[in-house]
Design a protein around this ligand. Sequence first.
Ligand code: ADP
Ligand code: MG
Length: 328
Amino acid sequence: EAVVNRIAAGEIIHRPANALKELIENSLDAKSTNIQVSVKEGGLKLLQIQDNGHGIKLGDMAIVCERFTTSKLRSFDDLSSMSTYGFRGEALASISHVAHVTITTKTKDSNCAYKASYSDGVIIPAKPGAAAEPKPCAGNNGTQISAEDLFYNVPTRRKALKNATEEYNRILDIVNRYAIHNEGVSFTCRKIGSNTPEVHTTTTATVLDNIRQIYGSSVANELLSLEKSYPVYQLKIKGWISNANYNVKKFAFLLFINHRSVDSPAIRKAIEAVHFINEEEIIATICDAIQDRLGNANVSRNFLTQTLLPQVSVKSWSEEASSKKSTP
Ligand code: ADP
Ligand code: MG
């Protein structure tokens, strides 16, 4: 049973950054407005997230790491949407099968926080012989989740991930994406032991402010805003695109669908393949790619996307677009 679960976990959690994406989405689902990520050895030694969301009720603590345990209401539409995981109550379970998980959480109605450690989906006693139940402790409203020694029990996977710097860069990339997309939520990401966070956004910043904070003014000042609704498809597209004439050092392609960060090579390729670009054409390309990706699935297409699109090679772009350029 444990082995089967460990294999299943490996399918979802390939590396620290995947685990972090799930944890961030949970914090956002819990309506957090402040999310702090701390990392040791690229998240392999420790991956920790602290939020100020609604917390987990004491009565739910025993089961949150069980497979298919979810407190989130959803419909068939949600399940068949593009979000692969994160809707099925599998994330925490998966992480607890491949790491030592500790959750400290406090709801606003509770006088104190509660803390529990988990292994293979269940609470483990704090000391040998002690009861396997959450322990009351001090803490602020919200939830802190720590995943330690990721893949301690999957030696082949652990060995494949020996470059902590690379894992840290992937973590930064995930935090950057969510930090840019989520207006009204402040994010920090730091290595444990370092005082200055590498990502730091504020609750009052707009998406454009966040882009400026993370990619710099030189990128942010050149962005063109795209926005379009397709009522027929219940599709709404919103985003920013950089001017090809500008030499953007860091190539970025951020795509969110229904507020979930989505890695879609199909959509990315489709956008990169467009050469004569005007706003209409970019939007049409994105819509086509999203619809392709959805296939013939009979689902309502209630999407809101927020994209920071890659630089595209267009010569006449700046003249055409200059009137619509964002004001810094
Ligand atoms: P899912 O997100 O699909 O429900 P998860 O395994 O990611 O499944 O999480 C299981 C449950 O644990 C969630 O439904 C939620 O009730 C609770 N939970 C997880 N993380 C948090 C958090 N940061 N704040 C509040 N509740 C959380
Ligand atoms: Mg989740």
